[in-house]
Ligand binder design. Structure first.
Ligand code: ZN
Ligand code: ZN
Length: 277
């Protein structure tokens, strides 16, 4: 029990932003050192573009995060949610909490592909025509809020507290960065971890420009949700073409364009091949 308390105290003391920087540094370096399956130039401008989008989110989130914490403190004071009514060991609450929060993200992600209004936000993440660990940052700030709010409401329903939500974010982070990393990973990882967890190869299927594959493998952590709800698909990474046809022009890859794109009418062009003009 003492060990559990020590682990909880240690994890609580972590600075999330420092974790992001450490993981990004490790994987960005590995991408430079190891043999990358996807070759592309202009890696530094690509990194900066994605980092600026991520920084806008971090800045705007300073306000939103305090609102989210207030909502959770309110739920805590009212003792709302499942965990207040069933007696469970803390470690089990963490496991159940992470699983349910990941499932809430799965459904939010799936709805983001289904409903045009949500897709306007989510397409920013899919617009990346190249892929590396910085693609994790390529998310519209408004979309990051919608996912965070869904996580907050899921936390309220299960009666978890800010500690469990924070654990989920810490557990999720390496998955999000590794899934986009441009490094070769052995096939046995898909055959073993890939039965339960979302591996980099499985998430990259989700970034294929062919909509048949774009609308699959929605899970962040547990690919089990895709297997369970019928959205699991597989195609080898070497056959994947990243991006969206309607975003191929260089001017549509800039930070400003990506920031305003939710307010623009863009017709979805569903072809498996990259448009070259
Ligand atoms: Zn998606
Ligand atoms: Zn992604």
């Amino acid at each position: 029990m003492l060990h559990m308390e020590k682990i909880v105290a240690y994890l609580n003391g972590l600075d999330y932003n420092i974790l992001v920087v450490i993981l990004m540094t490790i994987f960005f370096s590995l991408e430079r050192l190891l043999n990358s399956p996807h070759k592309f130039d202009k890696r530094v401008p690509h990194l900066l573009n994605n980092m600026i989008l991520g920084s806008v989110f971090i800045l705007m989130n300073l306000v939103v995060a305090s609102v989210q914490v207030s909502i959770l403190q309110w739920g805590d004071a009212k003792q709302l949610g499942l965990f207040y009514h069933v007696e469970l060991p803390f470690w089990l609450k963490i496991v159940i909490g992470i699983a349910i929060l990941d499932m809430s993200s799965y459904w939010m992600h799936r709805l983001s592909h289904r409903y045009p209004l949500l897709w306007r936000l989510h397409r920013v993440h899919h617009s990346d025509t190249t892929m590396d660990s910085s693609s994790y940052f390529r998310t519209h700030p408004f979309e990051a809020w919608t996912f965070n709010m869904i996580n907050v409401f899921a936390t309220l329903i299960i009666g978890a507290d800010t500690t469990i939500l924070f654990f989920y974010f810490v557990f999720l982070l390496p998955f999000l960065i590794i899934e986009h990393a441009n490094i070769v990973l052995p096939a046995w990882m898909d055959r073993t971890f890939g039965k339960i967890f979302t591996t980099p190869n499985l998430h990259k299927v989700h970034h294929h420009r062919d909509q048949y594959y774009t609308d699959s493998n929605y899970a962040d952590v547990f690919i089990l949700w895709d297997r369970l709800f019928g959205t699991y698909k597989y195609v080898p990474v070497k056959d994947i073409s990243y991006g969206l046809n309607e975003f191929d022009e260089p001017k549509k890859q800039t930070f400003w364009y990506l920031l305003i794109t939710p307010f623009l009418n863009l017709k979805r062009i569903n072809k498996a091949e990259k448009i070259t003009s």
